[in-house]
Ligand binder design. Structure first.
Ligand code: GLN
Length: 444
């Protein structure tokens, strides 16, 4: 074999991009390591790890991506998903809002009168949310939380007892928040129990690589791409991602959404997750924090990843139009009949068909105001369609009905025989469909 020598494993363009982004931000040493939880102050400010996990199961990393640290507030969206699953949206919304507070993570953001915390991403809302996870005892409650976090990470996660004890003995402000909610009548378990479970959930050890897989589980509609484990319902995941988008970065949530444009969550140990829905999860670790308790290098690197990978939620997505092919004399003759009749139009659709893709087809048909131009049949070939949204099915079937009213035969081809569309007939191959259409045209 000739050619350039190739180092095994060196072909990793995504990993190389992450390494470049890490190098770009490594010199940024602004910020401070959190010290209000004494045990956190021993973190190495030099650590900086990045990881990315795709929904198809690929994983990439750069730097200190296997250094363990406590998950802290990044546990909040996941515990929120668990509580939503347990008690349902209405019961949870009755107790915890979904409005950005515009205040810090430990603010006393309780609705006057009801004592309802503003959202589940600030401490008050998170303590209350954790207390709603169904269990017979606080021990069982934490076990369920740890097992859910482990399922999202795709491996068994452990508790950092030193950090847990450290926070337990200094967590007066969180105790105070719980007392206020207890007094207002929203917190239904004793204060001690509620904060104990919360302190434990914050003290679960993760790495940037774990965070990437956890975020990818959210990106992948609740299914862990590493293990295939269906951890959350897709609707629960959508709900959680929405709250992360508006409240995940505390009082810099607006700034974050403008700059990075992804649902995200930070933690005071220096971790950060960001989710690109349907694409991948990002996990970052750098313990130097800004005034708001967000990782300085984590935020900067996320902005860079978002820009370079074109991930901003408001970024324009270009959808490919389905292609139309008019089958006529230029089409190779049919292998069995040896002939090709004119007038059969093939609509070739591929990928995930959503509103806009289906609408392309609709506009093309509507543009033909003069009606049929000698066509006798429309063959909709969906063999390469991976998924079809209900709204797209509706539009394509309306097109089929309209063309049938023009007097055309409308049939489907699907080599998988899925019957995605309700048409006169479905064939397993284009050839079979063409034979059918041509015979119909001859006997007409
Ligand atoms: N355990 C931390 C606290 O309650 C979590 C805060 C955070 O990560 N922002 O103070």
């Amino acid at each position: 074999v000739t050619g350039r020598p190739h180092e095994r494993g060196a072909f990793d363009p995504v990993g190389a991009m992450l390494a470049q982004i890490r190098a770009d931000n490594l010199g940024n040493v602004r910020g401070e390591v959190a010290s209000y939880i004494p045990e956190l102050s021993s973190a190495d400010p030099g650590h900086f790890g990045l990881a990315l996990a795709g929904v198809a199961g690929s994983e990439y990393h750069a730097g200190d991506s296997t250094v363990p640290f406590t998950i802290q507030s990044i546990s909040k969206p996941f515990v929120y998903a668990l509580a939503l699953t347990d008690v349902g949206v209405d019961a949870l919304l009755a107790k915890v809002g979904v409005e950005p507070s515009g205040e810090g993570f430990n603010a006393i953001s309780l609705e006057p009168g009801t004592g309802r915390p503003a959202n589940p991403m600030i401490n008050a809302g998170a303590i209350l949310t954790a207390s709603m996870v169904e269990a017979h005892s606080p021990g069982e409650r934490f076990d369920r939380i740890r097992s859910m976090l482990s399922r999202c990470a795709g491996r068994e996660l452990e508790l950092d007892t030193a950090v847990y004890r450290s926070e337990r003995s200094t967590g007066d402000r969180n105790m105070a928040l719980a007392h206020l909610m207890r007094q207002a009548g929203v917190l239904s378990v004793p204060v001690d129990e509620a904060v104990d479970v919360y302190f434990r959930q914050c003290s679960v050890l993760v790495t940037a690589e774990d965070l990437a897989v956890m975020a990818a589980t959210l990106a992948n509609a609740g299914v862990n791409p590493r293990t295939g484990d269906e951890v959350f319902d897709p609707l629960v995941t959508e709900h959680v991602l929405s709250v992360m988008a508006t409240c995940g970065m505390y009082d810099s949530s607006g700034d974050w959404l403008v700059r990075v444009g992804l649902p995200a969550k930070s933690g005071v140990a220096g971790g950060l997750v960001a989710v690109s829905p349907s694409q991948f999860g990002i996990g970052l670790y750098s313990p130097l924090l800004d005034q708001r308790g967000n990782s300085v290098r984590g935020v900067a690197a996320s902005a860079e990843i978002s820009g370079r990978f074109s991930l901003h939620l408001m970024h324009r997505v270009k959808r490919t139009a389905p292609s139309f092919a008019r089958v006529d004399a230029t089409h190779p003759p049919h292998p069995v009949t040896g002939e090709v009749g004119p007038g059969v139009v093939v609509l070739n659709m591929h990928g995930d068909i959503e509103f806009t893709t289906a609408e392309h087809a609709l506009l093309a048909v509507k543009a033909r105001s003069e009606g049929p131009q000698g066509e006798t049949a429309l063959v909709v070939d969906v063999s390469n369609v991976t998924a079809c949204d209900p709204v797209a099915v509706l539009i394509i079937e309306a097109i089929a009905d309209e063309l049938a009213a023009w007097g055309l035969d409308v049939v489907t081809v699907d080599e998988h025989g899925r019957r995605l569309l309700r048409t006169k007939a479905e064939f397993l191959s284009l050839d079979d469909a063409l034979v059918f259409c041509h015979q119909r045209a001859e006997t007409a």
